[in-house]
Design a protein around this ligand. Structure first.
Ligand SMILES: [Zn+2]
Ligand SMILES: [Zn+2]
Ligand SMILES: [Zn+2]
Length: 326
């Protein structure tokens, strides 16, 4: 009997110490990174905001990057995370070169004690900032087990037929789920994702944006598009249908990448988008979050004149750590 009581007591003590350890660990996390928090509602989180090549950018000793090389305040490549506490699951938009940090953050948001791979990764297209992070799921890294990756047909075929990506498929590090234009994927009863094609230089693959439909709010994610007028859909109409929209803000204005021909790398300049959206109601402007900043875009720098100006006009600038409850 005494033995039994002692056993129960030690079991309770063990339980208490485990919980205590977890709480302390979480508090320590919070102290180190005040943006890290466990989310209890279906939410979208911003895990990165910069263009494919990161910030600072390789070879850049210009004003934009010269003070960024100590990498103390590392900025991640554009990515969104989805947290669904109802099913204790998480999803990642884009497999960026920063996927290592971004899966860690995603795990923190859902409250995992260990770093778990997301329950699904949605890819937009085959440019380096958007899919190359898949390499971290392979044998040289975590050797992941059957992580679901969602991709449109050309991107799916590209991954299946070109190394090193094909090996991820062959040894089941990833399972590619095919997407179809404007066909919704259901992630839980109250969470759906819908891809839609957008025009964007298609050297290897097509490009999609995503509509993310939560229990109460719906959002758009269009990190890369050539020009708004090249799309057979009105971006203003699409903004009206949703509650928030993360939109391509790669370049601020024409001529900002030195002597490179910017017609080879078309994007809606922020100046063009602002001009186009200036007649929208204030409530519509407030839905817009600019994202996917090239190293040359002054919006990448906190409190730059351009950031202040844009905010005054009623638009938002996406920031890492931003959480939107869906
Ligand atoms: Zn990109
Ligand atoms: Zn630079
Ligand atoms: Zn691209």
């Amino acid at each position: 009997m005494v033995l039994r009581v002692a056993y129960i007591l030690s079991f309770l003590l063990l339980l208490y110490s485990c919980n205590k350890k977890r709480t302390i660990q979480n508090n320590a996390d919070l102290e180190e990174n005040p943006k890290s928090q466990i989310l209890s509602k279906t939410s979208l989180v911003v895990l990165g905001t910069v263009q494919d090549a990161g910030y600072p950018q390789i070879g850049c000793s210009q004003k934009c990057c010269i003070n960024q090389w100590d990498l103390q305040q590392k900025r991640c490549v554009t990515s969104l995370g989805l947290i669904e506490p109802v099913t204790n699951s998480s999803f990642l938009f884009e497999a960026t070169p920063d996927i290592k940090l971004q899966t860690k953050k995603l795990s923190d948001y859902i409250g995992h004690d260990t770093i778990e791979m997301p329950n699904g990764i949605f890819l937009t297209h085959g440019h380096i900032g958007h899919y190359s992070g898949l390499m971290q799921l392979g044998r040289e890294a975590i050797n992941a087990k059957s992580v679901p990756v969602y991709a449109m047909p050309k991107l799916k075929s590209y991954l299946e037929n070109n190394g090193p990506w094909s090996q991820l498929v062959e040894i089941n590090n990833i399972i590619i789920n095919p997407l179809e234009n404007k066909i919704q994927i259901s992630l839980s009863e109250n969470l759906k994702v819908e891809p839609f094609l957008v025009p964007h230089r298609a050297e290897f693959t097509e490009t999609v944006g995503y509509k993310i439909v939560g229990p109460n709010k719906t959002g758009l994610f269009i990190p890369d598009i050539d020009k708004w007028q090249k799309w057979d859909t009105s971006i203003e109409d699409e903004i009206k249908k949703v509650d928030f929209a993360f939109l391509d803000a790669t370049f601020y204005k024409n001529g900002e990448v030195g002597n490179r021909d910017m017609s080879e790398i078309p994007h809606p300049f922020v100046e063009e988008s602002v001009e186009r959206f200036k007649s929208l109601e204030a409530s519509e402007k407030a839905k817009i979050y600019f994202i996917h900043f090239n190293h040359t875009n002054p919006l990448i720098r906190t409190k730059s004149n351009e950031q202040i100006e844009l905010t005054k006009l009623g638009f938002n600038i996406a920031e890492e750590g931003l959480v939107i409850e869906l």
